[in-house]
Design a protein around this ligand. Structure first.
Ligand code: ZN
Ligand code: ZN
Length: 171
């Protein structure tokens, strides 16, 4: 799922309870449940091309801003960043409009819903970190093996339907 979907689903967890710990558990659960369903992704270049050296390699070799464009992880951070901000903006808007009293719980749960994928980004930046590598293994195990990446119409429309369902739960 794209980050925006994880953020919105995590936000739903914040509407189900007034307890932060329970919201966090529900939100993490929503991430892994959505990951287990076959789904579509926009291209994530760094995963395929393997930037072995992580952030260290980036910092050592990038002198001019133009050099950044050669690194797949930079492109990934642009697309994931856009996805993240759009999702967070929509969730904040819905929380403010429909649950102003639980605004921070909902937005916080939304951020927790993205956390597993954020840790994947950290892993790509710090591939030597043992804990990140361990978490990445578990994350991959839960993630559906069937990917709809080449089936754009089915992949995007099914995710759009899930978004509408989630928004319906949020309002
Ligand atoms: Zn996925
Ligand atoms: Zn994930």
């Amino acid at each position: 799922m794209i980050l925006a979907v994880h953020a919105l689903a995590g936000g739903v967890a914040g509407t189900l309870t007034s307890s932060w710990p329970i919201a966090i558990v529900f939100s993490l659960a929503s991430h892994f449940i959505l990951d287990a369903v076959p789904h579509w992704h926009y291209p994530v270049h760094a995963e395929k091309e393997k930037m072995g050296g992580g952030l260290r390699e980036l910092l050592l070799h990038v002198r001019k801003p133009k050099d950044l464009a050669r690194y797949p992880i930079f492109r990934d951070m642009l697309s994931a960043g856009l996805d993240f901000f759009l999702g967070l903006a929509l969730l904040s808007y819905l929380a403010q409009s429909f649950h102003p009293g639980d605004f921070w719980l909902i937005v916080g749960s939304g951020l927790v819903g993205i956390l597993p994928d954020f840790l994947t980004l950290l892993y790509l930046l710090f591939p030597k970190n043992r804990y990140l590598a361990w978490f990445r293994k578990i994350h991959k195990k839960i993630h559906s093996r069937q990917r709809l990446d080449d089936r754009h119409l089915l992949g995007i429309s099914s995710q759009a339907i899930i978004v509408l369902l989630i928004i319906w739960l949020l309002i």
